[in-house]
Write a protein that binds this ligand. Structure first.
Ligand SMILES: *Cc1c(COP(=O)(O)O)cnc(C)c1O
Length: 460
């Protein structure tokens, strides 16, 4: 039986329809930087699934009844109850978004000379580890390096590498093991419960705290019920609860699986660590019962957390992404396999073999999707992850040239996604027409947000 989303649409927002000529002018005016394209010139926005999901009537109703008291508001207690039930952790701190959770936790748990080990640190996560003076080290499982492998849990951390590091000369400097579920920086791939249990055992043996970066905890739980032996009959809520209880705590952005415009939390088992985090929170985010969030935000995330683990919702969302993946494959474009839930990662390097890494195939494909169809998405290739010299020449390319199509929650219909596949298919018919790009100017930090690029005219 075909799955369908367990909601109907009650409030809609018009999307802009533009002409090719308009888009050419807009993109050139933005110096070919997608982050500088105004949203009202974007037809289908697949830049991120963060804070872009549609809120429910129940979320808005809860928000309307929010309590904005500075201390001990009703909204805080409702938020707390939902998060405590989900995570099983005794200490819960609201923060305004995931990166604030990272800053507060790592500021208390890490520091100069310490090491953070992860399956893959997300970009803001890495930045917040490094800001404390610590080192962020990624240990993805070997299967993750093969984009075409259909291994079900390519988000796993490499347990052998983890054990080697913990028992090796750097073992004493490891301040935390942080597992990202699902692994956003690693193709949106899930992490198995077996992997999380093994991390728990290794961390116990070596006395190292184990945290989750749980932005997509519900989607990870759903993929566990679909792919991991022994979990077939489990409800996604049970799987998520088990995952949170395996860890010593978490940082969780609620702009993803909280289906909210804003919000995040830190949950911790350790009272001393929680106390240090709380002091930092009060100084920099807000009092411990609101942490930088307004009452209506606390209400929206509490209700969003109730809705996101509905198996009908998760099944329909997974089917929507899988449908787009099928259409893209039929168009002859390879994606990182197997398809996850929150995003598809296009293999631009393979589609555009005439463009060398220094011409940025991922960026070229992202620009072409915008020019051909008003679709906005993000490059995850040499532009984002490569190393550059002072003249903005690429000196070390990224291992892969990818483009991420992130799918906002409850926002686009199947026909919107079919349109995306059509546009991609038209590009894939004549990929050699896609031009290269060069960097004109870039800041030394957070390069991809503030780049200026130019198109290299094609030879005829
Ligand atoms: C989005 C994200 C973050 C940061 O959360 P924000 O709410 O955007 O600050 C951290 N980790 C992962 C895995 C994410 O996807």
């Amino acid at each position: 039986m075909k799955s369908f989303p367990p909601y109907r649409i009650q409030v809609v927002r018009e999307i802009p329809i533009t002409t090719r000529q308009e888009r050419e002018e807009v993109l050139a005016g933005a110096a070919y930087n997608m982050f500088d394209v105004p949203a009202n010139k974007v037809t289908i926005d697949l830049l991120t699934d963060s804070g872009t999901g549609a809120v429910s009537a129940a979320q808005e109703a809860a928000a309307a009844g929010a309590d904005r008291s500075y201390a001990g508001s009703d909204s805080y207690f409702r938020f707390r109850e939902v998060v405590a039930e989900l995570t099983g952790q005794p200490h819960i701190l609201p923060v305004h978004q995931g990166r604030a959770a990272e800053r507060v936790l790592f500021g208390s748990a890490l520091g100069p000379g310490r090491i953070s080990l992860s399956n893959t640190h997300f970009d803001t996560t890495r930045a917040n580890v490094e800001l404390t003076g610590a080192e962020a080290r990624d240990l993805p499982c070997p299967e993750a390096a093969d984009l075409d492998s259909t291994d079900p849990f390519k988000g796993n951390i490499d347990l052998d590498a983890l054990e080697r590091t913990l028992t090796g000369p750097d073992g004493g400097r490891v301040g935390q093991v942080l597992v990202t579920i699902t692994n956003n920086g690693g193709g949106g791939q899930p992490v198995s419960m077996a992997n999380l249990r093994a991390v728990r055992r290794l961390c116990d043996r070596h006395g190292v705290p184990f945290f989750l970066d749980a932005a997509r905890f519900a989607e990870n739980a759903w993929l566990v019920t679909q792919r991991e032996p022994g979990y077939g009959g489990h409800a996604p809520r049970e799987v998520a609860q088990e995952a949170f209880r395996l860890a010593d705590g978490c940082v969780t952005s609620l702009k993803k699986d909280g289906i909210a415009p804003m919000g995040a939390f830190i949950a911790l088992r350790d009272a001393g660590l929680a106390q240090r985090c709380e002091a930092n929170l009060i100084a920099t985010e807000g009092f411990r019962t609101y942490g930088g969030l307004a009452g209506h935000d606390l209400e929206r995330v509490a209700q969003g957390l109730r809705e996101v683990l509905d198996p009908h919702y998760l099944r329909a969302r997974t089917a929507e992404t899988a449908h787009l993946a099928d259409l893209i494959n039929e168009a002859g474009v390879d994606i990182v396999r197997p398809a996850g839930i929150h995003a598809l990662y296009l293999n631009a390097g393979r589609l555009l073999p005439h463009i060398p890494p220094r011409g940025f195939p991922g960026h070229a494909l992202a620009c072409e999707l915008y020019l051909a169809g008003g679709i906005r998405c993000a490059e995850l290739g040499s532009l984002y992850l490569g190393r550059f010299d002072d003249a903005h020449e690429l000196v070390a390319p990224a291992p892969f040239e990818l483009v991420r199509l992130a799918i906002p929650r409850r926002t686009y219909t199947e026909s919107h996604l079919e349109y995306v596949a059509d546009v991609l298919s038209s590009i894939a018919k004549n990929p050699e027409r896609v031009p290269e790009y060069r960097v004109v100017d870039a800041p030394p930090v957070l390069r991809h947000f503030n780049l200026r690029m130019r198109q290299v005219p094609r030879d005829r």
